[in-house]
Unconditional design. Sequence first.
Length: 260
Amino acid sequence: MKLNFLLLTFLLLVACSTSPTGRKQLNLVGESQMQQMGKDSFEKLKQQEKVSTNQAANTYVSCVSHRVLKAMGEKPSDWEVVVFEDKSPNAFALPGKKIGVHTGMIDLAQNPDQLAAVIGHEIGHVLASHGNERVSQNIVAQGTMAAASLAIGQDTTKDQLLIAALGVGAQVGVLLPFSRKHETEADLLGLKYMSKAGFNPQEAANLWVQMKQKAGGSPPEFLSTHPSPDSRIKTLRKEADKYRSQYKKNDQNTQCSKPS
């Protein structure tokens, strides 16, 4: 028992890292493992779900995604961007540099700026290692030996744990809900990324106005892992002011036109 406690303590110490916003986080799983699981999951989604062949939609989503990625210092050609024929307003990004956008999100987002807010937010989850953090929390919950085994890549149940943590499956929105802390952090990172790419950060809040109207209501914030729409909108509007100058400096260096 004492040995297990010491082992867990050691793992928690060596696996501590810092998110892009300076928040301490626990990442027990190797980055290569996370990337491979993300790639495998994305391939399964492409087999299970209908991939859009609409050229206009694909060009639009790629244009917005590439602008955001370039602004983040990423090489767009390293990322795979796929549009899925799905009426639900959703988008996601997975470890392994994968981005998926539903046609429903293209319809909901009124302009490229709003779509950039979504894509920047989802990429923020990946670059902030939120998936790894959630996986690590699940691993610790499984027990000390499971944590130790998976951390060194010797646990045969690692795939199940990773899949459960990534929450792959269109019926649950591709990704299971992140914590409020993760969602807020991704919101702030998304604002930063989209502004640097020349997209209007004020449109991030406007997108959530659209989401709230479509949802037709939501549970109280304390009953949800997500911030309430009203709380989210208020925070995004306040934080967007910080990025106005950066947005205007980089405004519309490349045009991305929403399909009619």
